[in-house]
Design a protein around this ligand. Structure first.
Ligand code: C2E
Ligand code: MG
Ligand code: MG
Length: 691
């Protein structure tokens, strides 16, 4: 056998020139020649390697592989083995491993079989490979495991790849998605959106588009998604596929829709609210201006609704409002708008009206819809309404006027006795009370002396002798003439203005009664009864004010009687009671006004324990006409007597009524039969007289 040392050298030079670390190995695996590259790849010197078995260069865990390589080589001794696809390493002298590719080639020299083994450092490729694997893992994390639904689609919108979140959102498996375009599971109206987005990428260099699209879940429900779509482009800028990330905004959308519904609807009745009605009104108006025709606005206000709240509490009040809303809704046209205008007011907008007659027919339907009593729990409540109607067309200059005019008409309906409608007559707002300016005018009325107290005599029925007066407020408006307290008192009660009016009534009455008393002997000194609003009872300065007025006058406290109606809120009953105790402590009397009209008369009676009960005129008037109401009157009077209270009958208009009341031993009375309320001077002349 020829040893390598004996070989002539040219191929040795050749081996040195090779870029790979190379060894000439005999059939036992012993290296007979190594080139310099091999020494530098392994860290051994030339002499340390030559004569050694190649085993020393093979890491222990790869030795089995060496066996396999040898066997493979042995089976095909003339073929080459190149292993560059495995994680092979060479064991260096210092014990560390270096990643390499590996090749074995047969070589026959002088009939002797050698093997040329070569290794090539591939750490750079390995690192690149590792980076690729990591990138793939990152991609998995970013795509497959992303919480956000993601898909890749081709240029024809076919799904190439979809992540779990996307599958879950759509309720479909990958095999139901991949390879298909999105049309079958896109909400029909939105099918064109995808193509439109592609077009945007084609025409300009946009990197991302966002749009809202609706899908159909496998179960048929609609899903709203926000789509972010980016093209994956090659170096030349050509789009290869699309990367799409989505966000399910279905719930958000529903919430927004709900919120905008809430913003435009009254939470209690679900009807349109004022904002929505204003908007519709404006739209209707511009349609009328463009196309002609007429519109109608109907303002409906529940009559004496406050009493329900005061008597039964707000819960029942709310239920009644809801029930009223449903009745009204039942007679409306789908194209018109019924809204709750606040409190107990409803505003109805009707378009395409032929004129006032048609508007009135609608109004009549509304009023009739309230005819039947409302059943709330075990209560049966009557609830009527008044209606102001306005018809307008393109010539109506300002829209605001339309609402104001409806209000003017409504007040006219109330003034004419409630439970009815009134159609606005152009120009009438100059004559009738306009709620918008009324409060303002009322303020001025106090200062300008338009308000006055009138006094209606109260008589002892057994003798017809005048024993006192009820003070009733009068407003003589410069242009409008007499404005009834039934109109302006409820308005004043909506603000603190009632406190001013209340103070005015009290001051005037105390001064007046003081004057009458001075002119008479103390036995016939008349008392004065002053009406109080519930709101005055919540005025913390009330007691001090009454004391002050009494101190400044000559009127003894026991000649002053405060009238409280049932509208005194039972809700704040503790406060009211405390105040009444303080008043009676000062010697001031309390009368319960309009007894019998409220539903809680008896509970009020027990709580307030008034000195006088004023029987409402509705019980007095029909007394002799019906046996039934006569019984009611009789019952009320005997009830008061049993409780030790003084009974006073209001609204006595006929001798018959007077006789009946005398028969029942009702001690006091007032009414047109004797006298209406008259100015101070006239009242003064009645003091001590007998009718
Ligand atoms: P009220 O306290 O029940 O007053 C009795 C009402 O009946 C008065 O109406 C009086 O003019 C009227 N009246 C008297 N006799 C008869 C009669 O024989 N037949 C008929 N049909 N009516 C009669 P008025 O003056 O219009 O007052 C209405 C309501 O306004 C009063 O009812 C009272 O609740 C309120 N009011 C009047 N003045 C004041 C005030 O100074 N302060 C407050 N808070 N309320 C007042
Ligand atoms: Mg009264
Ligand atoms: Mg009364």
């Amino acid at each position: 056998m020829t040893s390598p040392e004996q070989l002539s050298i040219p191929w040795q030079n050749l081996l040195e020139a090779l870029p790979d670390g190379t060894a000439l190995i005999d059939s036992h695996g012993v290296m007979h020649y190594v080139n310099a590259e091999l020494t530098s790849l392994t860290g051994y010197t030339h002499d340390e390697l030559v004569g050694q078995n190649v085993q020393i260069l093979i890491p222990p865990d790869l030795r089995a592989m060496q066996g396999e390589a040898r066997r493979q080589y042995a089976r095909h001794p003339d073929s080459r083995i190149i292993w560059n696809d495995r994680n092979l390493t060479v064991l260096q002298k210092d014990g560390t491993e270096r990643p390499v590719d590996f090749a074995l080639s047969p070589l026959v020299l002088d009939g002797v079989r050698w093997t040329v083994g070569s290794i090539r450092d591939n750490s750079v490729q390995r690192a690149a490979e590792q980076a690729r694997i990591e990138a793939e893992q990152h991609f998995r994390l970013a795509f497959e495991d992303n919480m956000a639904p993601m898909v890749f689609t081709d240029l024809e919108d076919r799904i190439i790849s979809a992540n779990d979140a996307f599958c879950a959102m759509m309720g479909r498996t990958r095999s139901e998605l991949i390879g298909f375009d999105s049309k079958p599971f896109t909400y029909p109206d939105d099918v064109g959106i995808t193509e439109a987005s592609h077009a945007r990428f084609l025409h300009d260099e946009i990197r991302q588009v966002r749009y809202i699209k609706r899908y159909l879940h496998k179960d048929g429900r609609m899903i709203v998604v926000e789509v972010s779509k980016s093209p994956a482009r090659d170096k030349t800028g050509k789009t290869l596929y699309f990367i799409i990330s989505e966000r399910d905004i279905t719930e958000e959308r529903m919430l927004t829709a709900q919120l905008s519904h809430q913003a435009l609807h009254d939470p209690l009745t679900g009807l349109a609210n004022r904002a929505l009605l204003d908007d519709r009104l404006e739209q209707a108006h511009s349609r009328i201006v463009r196309q002609g025709g007429q519109g109608a606005l109907l303002l409906l206000d529940l009559d004496d609704f406050k009493g329900v709240n005061d008597t039964y509490g707000h819960l029942v009040g709310d239920q009644l409002l809801e029930a009223v809303a449903r009745r009204l809704e039942g007679v409306t046209r789908a194209t018109d708008t019924l809204s709750r205008f606040g409190g107990d007011e409803f505003l109805y907008l009707a378009e395409g009206i032929s004129g006032a007659d048609e508007a009135e027919m609608i109004g009549e339907r509304f009023l009739r819809s309230l005819d039947e009593p409302f059943v709330i729990g075990n209560l049966s409540l009557e609830q009527r309404a008044s209606l102001g109607v306005v018809v307008w067309d393109a010539t109506t200059a300002e829209l605001l006027n339309v609402v104001r005019d409806a209000d003017v008409a409504l007040y006219e309906a109330k003034r004419l006795g409630k439970g009815r409608q009134f159609v606005y007559v152009p120009g009438m707002h100059h004559q009738v009370i306009n709620r918008f300016s009324l409060v303002q005018e009322l303020r001025q009325a106090i200062a300008s002396g338009e308000l006055a107290m009138h006094y209606q005599p109260i008589l002892r029925l057994s003798t017809n002798e005048v024993v006192g007066f009820e003070a009733l407020m009068r407003w003589h408006h410069e242009q409008r003439g007499w404005v009834p307290p039934g109109v302006f008192i409820p308005l004043a009660e909506q603000s603190d203005l009632i406190l001013e009016l209340g103070a005015f009534a009290l001051r005037e009455s105390i001064v007046a009664a003081g004057e009458w008393g001075r002119s008479k002997d103390s036995l016939s000194e008349p008392y004065v009864t002053v009406n109080f609003s519930a709101r005055q009872f919540h005025d913390p300065g009330l007691l001090a004010m009454i004391k002050e007025e009494l101190d400044a006058s000559t009127l003894p406290a026991d000649r002053l009687i405060i009238e409280i109606t049932e509208s005194v809120a039972l809700l704040e009953v503790a406060d009211t009671l405390k105040l009444i105790e303080q008043l009676t402590g000062l010697g001031i009397g309390v009368a319960l006004d309009d007894f019998g009209t409220g539903f809680s008369s008896l509970s009020h009676l027990a709580l307030l324990n008034p000195m006088i009960i004023k029987i409402d005129q509705s019980f007095v008037r029909p007394a002799i006409e019906s046996i039934h109401s006569d019984r009611v009157l009789e019952t009320i009077v005997s009830l008061g007597h049993n409780l030790g209270m003084t009974m006073l009958a209001e609204g006595i208009e006929t001798e018959g009524q007077l006789e009946r009341l005398r028969g029942l031993h009702c001690s006091l009375g007032q009414g047109f039969l004797f006298s209406p309320a008259v100015p101070f001077a006239e009242a003064a002349m009645m003091v001590g007289t007998t009718f």
